[in-house]
Write a new protein. Sequence first.
Lengths: 294, 296
Amino acid sequence: MSQPVFYVSPEQQIKDRAEFARSGIAKGRSVIVARYADGIVFIGENHSKSLHKVAEIYDRIGFAAVGRYNEFENLRVAGIRHADIRGYAYDRRDVTGRMLAGAYAQLLGTIFSAVMEKPYEVEMVVAEVGDKPEADEIYRLSFDGSITDEPQFAVIGGASEMISQALREGYEPQLRLGDCLRLAIQALIADPRGGTALTVDALEAAVLDRNRTQARKFRRLSSDDITELTKVPVRRPTRSRKSGASLGTPTDIGDATPSSQPKRTRRVSAADSPRTDQVDVGPAEATSSGTAGE
Amino acid sequence: MARARVRLSCTTPTTRRTGRLMTMNTDEMKRAFLADPTSSFTQFLERTSPRLLPNAVRSGSTEDLSPTATTIVAVATPSGVVLAGDRRATMGSMIAQRDIQKVFAADEFSAVGIAGSAGLAIELVKLFRVELEHYEKIEGAPLTLDGKANRLASMIRGNLGMALQGFVVLPLFVGWDVSCAKARIFSYDATGGCYEETGYHAIGSGSLFAKGSLKKLYRPKATLKRAVQMCVQALFDAADDDSATGGPDVLRRIYPVVIAVDASGARQLPETEIAEVTDHVLAGRATRPDGPEARL
């Protein structure tokens, strides 16, 4: 039974697998990882307070991922183990973002090309904050193990191209944290799948702050932190997102991307993945709701 | 060499212990569980899974079980806890190092001081710090203070084999318990026993003298600043009577390492602050060498 009945060319096989992974990732809400004056900021839409898409890996290294929760959770734990064991065996300064990104690329590449395994439906970012702004590093990794070094910011997830475009206007690496956050939230609203209903409680954010005195530079930003930093007068919404104050109205945070913007489809039409209100984390769910960070 | 040893002794016991039962085949199981005539569980364990016994390590000598070459003191107050250690490391009667560091912040809300074989002890603390941070990163939440104390206990127990050969490592663990907003102190023995202490405690070769000193100086409602003074006084008394404990070295400007843990976290006090306290203590001792007088 294990012998394929029909011949499938390697090109076709790779194409199919890539298409499969892409469609899985396209369902995930995007995460932005961007440099700012004092470090690197991670921000994305996440309705869960405990199931994170952004995490600390090591002293100066952070992690962000979109896609299937159980898969990127595996990758996160693997990364922490890899970093901790290296830091313990050698020295804490010997753990670098480049090393970790390389290890992730190897892992993802192997899984992608293993015929008997399902490719991981994840896209992720490994970022390392340096002592000086020039030393900041952002690596973006794809499901197939391909790796890109992003000089300024990286956007991962379904509407990444659209959000990148929105972010590019007005972005510069010397922005202060508050301005950078405000710009990033504006860009997130460019997500055609209901980004305009984004409330501050539905945001997950963290920074790698080079000015932190502790060795561990990673710090999560609470909803209050974000509100304070962006100085947006947001009332705490009630349970239902729809009744919450919207960050997306132009009066709130300047000129948000107009909702009339044509909804460009990329790989998978946004309309194909209807938005659900719950955060889906079920590892075994086969439907579109199996993708975390909806 | 010491590094490899401590890591092995801290990580292998569980695998070694469970391994035996897992690999036992049905016949063996049957023989062990059905045919054994004893009614003593301990004897049963000795026959079937000796590794599960807490005293599984039998080789080596039992001499020299007491740690040397250190005094670590801890004082708890309502607002936080202070942990301080002297700076001397000895090899026999020789001073090996004048400025060794024996107290460390373990994580955000706890600190650990060590007595015993320096090589093993420092490696153990290093492993313990990674252990706490690793747990916190993977689980997304830190261990409770009791959880940390117990984890340290099992690591010490893992070192029992080395302890029996004379390489004893004993920690003194302090922390701020976030759940009940209280400063707590834990002491250990070489077998991994973990004991919570009230108010103050000291370990190491000079601990007798330090505890005697703290007994007279300790005030339960003291401020954190007072607690630092108590610690420095106690360390001075320990160094006064114990040759393996180093006193403040004014010429080289080597002072005790002091870590304070309170609701805002663990921090090592700057050297200037300790120098100031030490100068004050020395000035007092210049007029009364035995230290401040306790009221009768």
